[in-house]
Design a protein around this ligand. Structure first.
Ligand code: PLP
Length: 369
């Protein structure tokens, strides 16, 4: 069978190692997962209560239009309902955009390193991928602008960026947006939006009025704690959103995901509380790094990318034996780094203890190959 040739060069997505697998492999009772930037405090109790009541309707197809959730999110963001498209995670919205816009005649522009799914989906569509190196971990918007040509269909701004956690500020973003040609879609992927504390982070939703070529991505997987239910969305110009909707499978979200997201939005106190705890634990991790003279990228998210000055895979394996799963930077474009999700207070104590032990046992930086 002739599958698309571009698939042959694509590695399958490597997710954070599953907890149950690690428990079994290493015979551990307790495993802490700090690899995929999930919310360590779970989801709001509103969600769990509502889900229990919904378990009787499992035989009925979900509402493909997501009418209730659509209304709720539209009110929450103060946009029109027609401006929204829901995906099975924001991952799926990335796929919709690539599927709807890109052909083998086109190209897209993205930062490097950044979230892997932009490149993956564009490559599957046969489009050319133009990667522009980050500067000090931040998008180089000037160079990204310069990379745009008449064949460019999408430019991606992952803000804050995964895996660095850094952000593009309002001045830089709006200046950039004003210069991108109208035929190019600008995607602002804001998966970590709720965690951002910086005053000069751009509020992009109001910009949609003036920029029909802007799409904003948000998700319920991170601060809202619903990663397992797979629900995220895109917000854009109503005509544009309507015209790309045919690429969306008819029942791409589950009813349970709709109910969970509806109820999660109602409990903003839960989000505020999680974000505050994240900031406290983030500061502890930053102090740990400073104490050990380990550099890291300043993060506006719930993860920190730390340079351990040794192979990221060695850090990963050391912590794995201690029952802590992190993400090696080797597959993320930062070979001597590890990306670590900020956990609960208790998880952070265990992590810092394990890291102290690791640094003692590996006192001389080892960059073996
Ligand atoms: C920047 C970014 N965008 C999108 C996603 C996809 O999230 P989901 O598909 O769970 O909404 C992630 C997940 O890690 C991410 O880090």
């Amino acid at each position: 069978m002739d599958i698309k040739s571009q698939l042959l060069s694509l590695p399958p997505y490597q997710p954070g190692k599953p907890m149950e697998e690690v428990k079994k492999e290493l015979g551990l009772e307790r495993v802490i997962k700090l690899a995929s930037n999930e919310n360590p405090y779970g989801a709001s109790t509103h969600v769990t209560a509502a889900l229990q009541q919904s378990l009787t309707a499992l035989s009925i197809y979900p509402d493909g239009y997501a009418a209730l959730l659509r209304e709720k999110v539209a009110n929450f963001l103060n946009v029109q309902e027609e401006q929204l498209i829901f995906g099975n995670g924001s991952d799926e919205v990335i796929q919709f955009l690539c599927r709807a816009l890109l052909t083998s005649e086109d190209n897209m522009v993205t930062a490097d390193p950044t979230f892997s799914q932009y490149k993956l989906n564009a490559t599957i569509e046969g489009a050319k991928v133009k990667e522009v190196a980050l500067v000090n971990g931040v998008h180089d918007l000037e160079a990204m602008l310069a990379a745009i040509d008449e064949k460019t269909k999408i430019v991606w701004v992952c803000n804050p960026n995964n895996p660095t956690g850094t952000y593009v500020n309002e001045t830089a973003f709006t200046r950039f947006l004003a210069q991108v040609p109208e035929h190019v879609l600008v995607v602002s992927d804001e998966a970590y939006y709720e965690y951002v504390d910086a005053n000069d982070y751009p509020e992009t939703i109001p910009l949609l009025v003036d920029y029909p070529n802007l799409v904003v991505l948000r998700t319920f997987s991170k601060a809202y704690g619903l990663a397992s239910l797979r629900i995220g969305y895109g917000v854009g110009n109503a005509n544009f959103i309507r015209s790309i909707d045919p690429v969306r499978p008819p029942f791409n979200n589950t009813s349970l995901a709709h109910i969970a997201a509806l109820n999660a939005l109602d409990d903003q106190a839960f989000i505020t509380n999680c974000v505050q705890k994240n900031q406290v634990e983030m500061k502890k991790m930053e102090s740990f790094c400073q104490k050990h003279q380990l550099t890291y990228f300043p993060s506006e998210t719930n993860f920190l990318l730390i340079d351990f000055q040794r192979k990221g895979n060695d850090v990963f394996h050391y912590l794995l034996k201690e029952g802590i799963i992190v993400r090696s930077g080797e597959a993320l474009g930062y070979p001597t780094y590890a990306r670590i999700t900020i956990g609960t207070e208790e998880e952070n104590i265990l992590l810092i203890q394990a890291l102290e032990k690791m640094l003692q046992s590996m006192s001389v930086p080892v960059l073996t190959d």
